[in-house]
Design a protein around this ligand. Structure first.
Ligand SMILES: Nc1ncnc2c1ncn2[C@@H]1O[C@H](COP(=O)(O)OP(=O)(O)OP(=O)(O)O)[C@@H](O)[C@H]1O
Ligand SMILES: [Mg+2]
Length: 443
């Protein structure tokens, strides 16, 4: 089963890569995803069949232009081919032929939601991103649009996504058929890209070996941040669209696609604690892992993607438990307790994970944010099939836990910070933005 990219495809990718991505905020996804109809879903499919190829094209180009021969590493080329293949599958999906009347209805937003169906709030600047760090455009109001250059097709595409279709009357079956096959294509793409993080990591290892490099330089670090951030965004859009497509079978009223409008922080944290303790017991052969005390209002909830929050908590808790066990020795009977304290502010919900695991020397702090930095002696084998879904090492060892978790936090306008007291312990602060209007950091 070998797939080859044609010169024509690469030309088309190059063309798409000239357009900036359109950032969407959490709140917009929720506003959009409530009560989606066939027509509205179709408009979203149309938006995504432009937006996803643009985002994929950027990645293909960037992988091809990586410096110092990194672009020639076999694993990097493999990943580049996946992006190109997914691009092709989206742009080649046959569009349904529609009557002039249906087209007209589709082009006219519904007025069910008030004036011109401007149901969506505007995106605000992402507080976790330095100005100029990413170049995506956010959703703009009509006034803002007037200042933008006239015939910008991005504005048109954004408009299409963010307005409900006129749902008075039936839609032809072709629309629903297209929605279903579009969602199938997205599912296939999502699965294809499951092993991207492991495979890129493999590519970096190939490069380090070939070039005899110990550390990766800043430009590669910056590339990886952009690349993995972009992956989070693409998977968010894809995951959300797939979930909305089979929303009809979904019963939980707190969910809009994969977003939970009432994510219960206490319960999620409790679950992450149990999972991390279980993995810790398993790894060190302990009867009872170090205890974790959770201080949190049991009713605290906010709009978030539960999967993202679980990931960040699980990763930071694993780090703390490992530090505690290694500092005090696995044979120790009772370990100092790790605290998880969760506060509710107007702007942020902040989670602090405080351990007595001995901390990190100040000179190593910048390194913990670099990919592949780990103090595990023997990095577990990087078999991309090892865990298809994501980078969930049993305990530790890849050096991806913290940098990837920080990207998840920043993606929705939050942040992850770490303060250590060498000789005592570490405090990790996870800030989550409650405003949910900040735009995706994308390029
Ligand atoms: N709470 C902590 N206390 C002490 N050291 C820590 C703590 N958290 C992280 N570290 C240090 O930072 C390093 C990097 O952490 P990170 O989670 O990114 O990677 P890892 O745990 O080594 O591997 P994995 O990718 O499996 O998480 C760790 O190897 C460890 O040395
Ligand atoms: Mg870790």
């Amino acid at each position: 089963m070998s797939w080859k990219k044609s010169a024509q495809l690469m030309d088309s990718i190059k063309h798409y890569s000239n357009f900036p991505a359109t950032g969407v905020s959490l709140r917009q996804m929720v506003q959009f995803g409530q009560n989606v109809s066939t027509g509205t879903l179709f408009r979203a499919s149309q938006f995504l069949s432009e937006e996803l190829p643009i985002r994929l094209a950027h990645r293909v180009q960037e992988l091809g232009e990586l410096p110092d021969g990194l672009n020639d590493m076999p694993s990097i080329k493999r990943v580049q081919d996946w992006y190109a293949q997914s691009f092709e599958e989206i742009v080649q999906l046959p569009k349904p032929s529609l009557t002039a009347e249906v087209k007209e209805r589709l082009s006219k937003p519904s007025n069910r939601h008030g004036k011109q169906s401007r149901i969506l709030s505007e995106t605000t600047a992402n507080p976790s991103v330095k100005p100029g760090q990413y170049q995506s455009t956010g959703y703009k109001s009509d006034a803002q649009k007037e200042n933008a250059n006239g015939g910008d097709r991005r504005v048109t595409a954004a408009k299409r996504y963010y307005s409900m279709a006129d749902d008075n009357g039936e839609w032809p079956p072709e629309l629903n058929e297209f929605n279903q096959s579009f969602s199938k294509v997205l599912e296939k793409i999502k699965r294809r890209h499951d092993p991207v993080v492991t495979t890129v990591a493999q590519g970096i290892l190939e490069y380090k070996r070939k070039r005899q490099r110990m550390q990766i330089d800043n430009s590669i670090q910056a590339f990886l941040d952009r690349f993995y951030m972009s992956r989070i965004g693409i998977r968010m859009l894809i995951g959300q669209h797939i979930a909305l497509t089979d929303q009809r079978t979904q019963s939980d009223e707190n969910y809009v696609g994969i977003i939970c409008t009432k994510t219960n922080v206490h319960d999620l944290a409790q679950e992450a604690i149990e999972n991390a303790r279980f993995v810790c017991e398993d790894h060190y052969g302990l009867f009872d892992a170090p205890k974790v005390r959770l201080v949190c209002n049991p009713n605290l909830n906010f709009m978030y993607v539960p999967g993202h929050l679980s990931h960040m908590l699980f990763e930071t808790l694993k780090n703390s438990l490992r530090a505690v066990v290694e500092r005090h020795g696995a044979e120790k009977e009772d370990f100092p307790v790790t605290q998880v304290i969760i506060s509710e502010g107007r702007e942020d919900i902040t989670l602090k994970i405080s351990d007595e695991g001995g901390g990190i020397p100040r000179s190593s702090i910048p390194l913990v944010w670099t990919y592949m930095y780990t103090t595990v002696d023997q990095t577990p084998s990087l078999d991309p099939d090892f865990n298809k879904s994501d980078f969930k090492a049993p305990m530790a060892g890849f050096g991806y836990g913290l940098p990837i978790s920080r990207l998840y936090a920043r993606y929705f306008g939050g942040d992850l910070k770490l303060i250590s007291m060498e000789g005592y312990g570490t405090d990790v602060y996870l800030h989550l933005n409650r405003l949910s209007s900040s735009s995706e950091p994308l390029q």
